[in-house]
Write a protein of this length. Sequence first.
Length: 359
Amino acid sequence: MVKFIKRVPNIDFLRISRFTVFVSLALIVTGVTSLIVRHGLNYGIEFTGGLFVEVHFDSLITTQEIRSALSEVGLGHAIIQRDVTTNYNFFIRTQLTENVTPELITKVLQEHFPNNPLRIERVEKIGAVISRGLKLRAFWVVICGLFIMLLYITVRFTYKFGIAAVIALIHDVLITIGILNILNREFTTAIIAALLTIIGYSINDSIVISDRIRENLRLYPKTPFPDIVNRSLNETLSRTIITSLTTIFVLLALFIVGGKVIHDFSLALLIGVITGTYSSLFVLSPIVVAWERRFPSPETRRRAYYKEKEERAVVTETPPEVTTPTPEERKGRILLPTPQKVDTISTKKKKKKKRKKKR
């Protein structure tokens, strides 16, 4: 097996996790704040319903100029966004009605900008009923995925590992959604697929670490539980780094040269893989250790008893006390010990018994 780190390191992950918890909280709070400020996610046409038109212009134009042109036909309320990844591409979203068609939008824009040729890149039409159904399905798909992971980890390990793993997965999903919302990316069905992929990837890392913890619990029956967790994290660190780096390199290639269609999908996966690797080291294990400290199992109590017993043994093995010499000893006049009294009566009886035996 190829090892990224030749020797097993001795990193105190549990101590570092006291500081990384603030990093996680900061990322989650920032993402939630962005959701509040922007009034929710930037849903794609699959979830909002309506008409979506992507228009490409040959020269520079502003969203305000497009809005003023569309307002003449009652489309001033339309959502108009500029595509930052492509020059002069704009997204136009509006409610789907009988009068609003892609041909109408094209005609209005061509009349107002005759010197700036345009072409329609993409057109999507989705009804309101279908969009509401997709929202509910997407929500339940993610919830069912988390619930199945909880059952699997609970059956294979313990319920503490299962709940800690689900908390780590929710942590990964929240951070990924928050960063995508900060970057103003569309929340589409492709993002739902990316989130499910992230859940599967993150749980794989958690299972590997949990399995190593269970194995070390058998190999070291007297070692305290926090030390076992730290040892397991250090032993699997090389594998975690190699797996994450190879995955990140592939996702970077998809993100850079994969094209516009999978751009957001690869970005979501890239964020999720990095977050999942981080959570398997600094979220899952610290939660299990904190839970064991608060509500220790019989196995954890037994290990704590052995550790306390060893510490007491070390304390009792104290070196002999060094007494200060008396004034007589300093002058060289060392007093002899007082002679012990000999029990003459008992010695006489012993001699008589010996004589009787000889006779």
